[in-house]
Design a protein around this ligand. Structure first.
Ligand code: ADP
Ligand code: MG
Length: 701
């Protein structure tokens, strides 16, 4: 039976090679199984029949039954059409076709009763239906039908080859008949029983041909349950295997360096969230099991400090630590921050980036190997093959979603005994998404900002109100603040984007002329040296305005900059806007974030801007982002790559179910870590089938 589902779709009656090729290229359907798991996107209630007298042009799709009383053609040229008068006892309407007249008149005609389905419209005061679905009443009685008629997404190309939604439904019916409506179970009987799930065959039948809304709901639940359950089971099994397989370096001492830093150098009291997270990390580091922890915290919540203190614990125990940042600017900033926090302490720290000179690289290589270097900070350069550590004990990955899976895997392979890993992300991820993307990691959350921060005020202006914004910038600069002006950068049209930035620069430099004002510019096409010069000008307070693309998105910390103007804000995603906004509000003054947009906004763009002006809470924004955009679209997740397609579950809407199946998966792995019990044989088999090809992805962090 398993093999039957692997049959190439070509062999299904009604398909054949040409259609098989199309189904494959357009919808990714190549086997019986793929077709069976091609789920409808909506259902239309076909239980109700309208009477012709009841029809009005603003009704949605309706279903009527009656007879064709005559055909005639009307109009000429492109407007030429075939019209059929269609009647029941209560009246007559016109059915209209602009093409396929010959086929229609050859197939349908006066006599039999037909069922017609379509959207009523009106022309010259007469009700009509253009291009209706039409079928002999007798025929509908023969085929598998259901009260709720499933509709499938299809494409123009498919429709041109007679693969409409209805045709797909027919193929599925054929397939279900062929396999006799039975399918081997994919979940153990005890789970189906305990959680009262529909059995697979029934669920698949009902998702395509639901007899009533109740059974459809149960079918959807069963299929979502299974989809999410296996993802969680795989993650939890992986996590459990890892903790049994790898010994972690034991960092048992909190020693001299940590204490010196904590009692002498630390310029402020840790927030209670930072303290809690440090406790969690210290516990991991001392446990003898390799740490794999995700540290989430909103922008400005003080993750750098947590990173540094964790590294000092590694150093106190004789190990090296490194931080990998996504951009050179950010790596440099970490380096400067850390060097200044460690002032007067005997800890050696070096910076390695793409632009580090050869002599420095040599020096770093040497000191890594002879273990005299304690902390290395850098970009991707850190994972180049020629960078070898003497005894790497802790790896910190900052802003993790910018690193691809493969890059993280390389870092992992740097050592035969894997180092402890702390992944930091400043893009808060909704809990449910985190459970799925990082489900094999433990999670720590800094859910508190350092005291004394005044929330950033966010406002929205249309481009037609630009002058107001310039006026405001001027006022703030007079008061001694600095201003960021950010332009979007969208990969597909980089050239155009730079033109936006250049136009903006023209305008702003005219309005803010030298010598009174100084403006600096930063974008991705500059050499690192020039970029650094520009940043320095702004950081040192010499430039009043920094015009930039999103390169400043992460990590740039300039407390005196209290105004952030975001141009074309409608082109940014929510989490990106939130990241950008996090660049201001780091000082003691009230900070402002000004979102500029075109005068016409799409519904989604305006919803995003609303969320931004309403909320400062990164977690809330992340939730909204997930709801508005859908998880496949969330910035970053695409790169880090959800390694699977969800066919039916929705990470945004099925949060409760995710938490629920995760618990179930945890219980199972706890009682049977290797899935050796007979009752779990199906689980083992399914995991192998689903994840064996892709297994390396979870090996990443
Ligand atoms: P993140 O990386 O989480 O966005 P940072 O680590 O850059 O945040 O910290 C933001 C700012 O807050 C820095 O200027 C840092 O020195 C400061 N900071 C961190 N922790 C505290 C604290 N407990 N009290 C006061 N200021 C803090
Ligand atoms: Mg940071």
């Amino acid at each position: 039976m398993q093999d039957l589902l692997e049959t190439n779709i070509t062999y299904l009656p009604g398909v054949g090679p040409r259609r098989a090729e199309l189904l494959n290229s357009e919808l990714n359907i190549s086997t019986y199984r793929d077709l069976l798991y091609y789920f409808p996107y909506k259902y239309i209630d076909r239980t109700r029949f309208y009477r012709i007298a009841e029809l009005e042009p603003d009704l949605p799709h309706v279903q009527i039954r009656g007879h064709i009383t005559g055909f005639y053609s009307e109009g000429g040229g492109r407007g030429k059409r075939l019209v059929a008068d269609f009647s029941d006892d209560t009246g007559t309407i016109r059915l209209i076709w602009f093409r396929g007249a010959r086929w229609i008149t050859g197939t349908y005609g006066p006599g039999p009763e037909y069922i017609v389905f379509g959207k009523p419209g009106v022309f010259n005061g007469q009700i009509n239906i253009i291009h209706p679905e039409i079928e002999a009443a007798e025929k509908t009685a023969e085929r598998i039908t259901s009260a709720l008629q499933a509709h499938y997404s299809t494409t123009e190309k498919l429709k041109n080859h007679f693969l409409s939604s209805k045709a797909i439904s027919k193929l599925i019916a054929t397939l279900l008949q062929k396999i006799n409506f039975t399918l081997p179970e994919t979940l153990p009987g005890y789970i189906i029983g305990k959680y009262n799930l529909l059995e697979l065959g029934k669920a698949l039948y009902s998702i395509h041909f639901p007899q009533d809304p109740g059974i459809l709901e149960k079918a959807r639940y069963r299929l979502k349950f299974e989809e999410l359950f296996y993802i969680q089971l795989n993650l939890i099994r992986f996590k459990s295997n890892r903790s049994r397989k790898y010994r972690g370096f034991v960092f048992s001492n909190v020693g001299e360096k940590f204490n010196t830093f904590y009692f002498r150098n630390l310029p402020f009291e840790l927030t209670s969230a930072q303290k809690r997270v440090m406790k969690e990390i210290r516990k991991d580091l001392g446990s003898g099991i390799q740490m794999n922890r995700l540290l989430q915290g909103d922008v400005g919540s003080g993750k750098t400090l947590v990173a540094l203190m964790s590294m000092l614990i590694a150093v106190d125990n004789g190990y090296q630590a490194c931080i990998m940042a996504p951009t050179e600017i950010l790596a440099k900033q970490h380096y400067q921050t850390i060097v200044s926090l460690l002032r007067d302490m005997d800890v050696s720290v070096k910076l390695l980036t793409g632009s580090s000179a050869g002599s420095l690289r040599k020096e770093i290589s040497r000191s890594l190997l002879d273990k005299s270097l304690n902390i290395l900070i850098g970009t991707h350069a850190l994972i180049e093959d020629n960078v070898q550590f003497g005894n790497l004990g802790l790896v910190i990955i900052d802003e993790q979603h910018r690193f691809g899976v493969e890059q993280r895997a390389r870092l992992w392979r740097k050592s035969s005994n894997p180092p402890h890993v702390l992944v930091m992300t400043a893009t808060p991820i909704p809990r449910t998404l985190a459970m799925t993307l990082y489900g094999d990691l433990d999670v720590s959350v800094i859910d508190e900002l350092p005291p004394g921060r005044i929330p950033v005020r966010t406002m929205h202006f249309f481009d037609s109100e630009k002058n107001k914004v310039y006026g405001f910038m001027k006022k703030k600069i007079e008061e001694g603040s600095q201003v960021f002006v950010v332009y979007p950068l969208i990969r597909e049209s980089e050239k155009m984007d730079y033109r936006d930035l250049e136009d903006g620069w023209d305008t702003i430099s005219r309005l803010f002329p030298p010598p009174r004002y100084c403006i600096s510019v930063v974008h991705g096409q500059m050499t690192p040296a020039i970029k650094e010069e520009s940043m320095k000008l702004f950081r040192e307070g010499k430039a009043h305005i920094l015009i930039a693309t999103t390169v400043i998105e992460v990590g740039v910390d300039i407390p005196n900059a209290s105004v952030m103007v975001i141009e074309s804000a409608e082109r940014f995603g929510l989490s990106q806007l939130h990241q950008l906004r996090g660049r201001v509000g780091r000082g003691s003054d009230q900070a402002y974030c000004i979102l500029m947009s075109g005068d016409k906004l799409s519904k989604e763009a305006s919803a995003r801007i609303d969320v931004m002006t309403r909320s400062n809470d990164g977690f809330e924004i992340a939730e909204q982002d997930l709801l508005l955009r859908g998880p496949g679209d969330i910035e970053g997740t695409m790169q880090s790559g959800i390694p699977f397609d969800l066919r039916i579950a929705d990470l945004g809407k099925d949060g409760q179910l995710i938490a629920w199946v995760r618990n179930i998966a945890e219980e199972i792995i706890e009682s049977d870590p290797l899935l050796e019990k007979d009752s779990n044989a199906i689980l083992k088999h399914m995991l192998k089938k689903m994840f064996s090809k892709k297994q390396s992805w979870s090996n990443i962090s």
